[in-house]
Design a protein around this ligand. Sequence first.
Ligand code: NAP
Ligand code: ZN
Ligand code: ZN
Length: 347
Amino acid sequence: MTSTKGYAAISAKSELKPYAFDRRDLRVDDVGFRIDYSGICHSDIHQVREEWGEAIFPMVPGHEIVGTVTSVGANVTRFKIGERIGVGVFIDSCRKCNNCLNGLQQYCLEGMTGTYNGYERDTKQIAFGGYSNYFVIPESYAYKLPENLDMAAMAPLLCAGITLYSPLKKWKVGPASSVAVAGLGGLGHMGVKFAAALGAKVTVLSHSDSKENDARSFGASDFINTSKKDWHLGYRKHFDLILNTVSAQVDLEPYLSTLATDGSLVVIGLPGAPYSVSAGSLLDGRRSVAGSKIGGVPETQEMLDFCGDKNIVCEVEVISADHINKAYERTISSDVRYRFVIDCSTF
Ligand code: NAP
Ligand code: ZN
Ligand code: ZN
C-alpha cells in the first residue's frame, strides 16, 4: 500500500478537506504514478453535491489526471519510469462486451468503472480520484501524453477535451460544417478549439457578452448572447450541429429552431433534471436530439495525439489544494477562464 494525500468531500453538504488514504499495491499490469496536475470538472461539483442522486462518501473527486510514472508492474510494456501519463473518467471496464471490444469503454454494457464515486472492479474498495498525489491504474486504461505540451494545460483534455472531440468526430465535422458550441466553459472552449482545427465555421452561444473576445481567440467566427430576447430569430435553420455543454437547465426550443435540415443537437451538459422537447421542433427539418459521453480508450489517445500535432491545449488557472472550495464557487458562477487545475504537489 502507498500512503496518499488528497482532498475529499465527507458529505454533500460539507466543503472538501485534506484526506489521507492508501492506494493498492501494483499488480503485474499496473502503473503507479505521481499525480502532477488534476483538473476540476463541473461534473465533480454535480457529483460531490449529489445533484445526480446517489453519491459515495468519502469522495476524492478528479478525473482529469496527468502525472509522471514512478513504478511499473512486471507485465507493463507501454510505460517506463519517468514518462508522462494521463488518466480520464474511467479506470476499468468489463473488457469483454461488444462496446469494450470496439473501443467504446465509456459505454461498457456492464458499466464503466468510474475514476471516483464508484468501486474498484475487483477489490470493491471505493475508487478515489485525482485530487491526490499518487495513482495506480491498469496500463491499458492510461494514456501516453504528447511531450511538446505543457502538463497543467493538458490535464483537462482527459475529460473536457475528449468529451467535445468525440461528438465532433461522430458527426463528421469538417470544413463544410457550421457548428455551434453552447456554454463557453471548460468543455465548451475545447469544443471551439477542436471544431476550428477541423475547419468548421464555429459560433459560440454564451449567456453574457463577457466571453466574446476569448471565443474569437479560440477560433469562433460568430458569437451570440443567449440572454438577449429572441436571440435565435436571426439564426433559423442555421447550424448543422449544436454541442450543448451548458451545466444548467436551459430551454432547448430556441436552440432547436436554429438547427438546419437534418441537424443535431448533442446534449453534453448534465444539469440533473430532464429536458423537454416539442415534437414539432424535431419533425420540422428532421432534426435530432442526441447525447454523447466522454470517449473510449482509442479515441482518447487519438485526441491527445491530435493535440500534440496541432499544439492544442486548454486554457487553465493553476491553483493550490487549499483553493479547491473557492474554485468550485467560481466555476458555478461561470467565473473560470477556462479550467481550474490543481497543482498536486500542494496536497
Ligand atoms: P463549466 O466550466 O462550469 O461550463 C459550463 C458553462 O455553462 C458555463 O461556462 C456557462 O457558459 C454555461 N452556464 C453555466 N450556468 C449557466 C446558466 N445558469 N445559464 C446559462 N448558461 C450557463 O462546466 P464544464 O466542466 O464545461 O461542464 C459542463 C457540463 O458538462 C456539466 O454539466 C458537466 O457535468 C457535463 N459533462 C458532461 C460530460 C459528458 O461526457 N457528456 C463530461 C464532462 C462534463 P457561458 O458563460 O458561455 O454561458
Ligand atoms: Zn469531467
Ligand atoms: Zn464492457
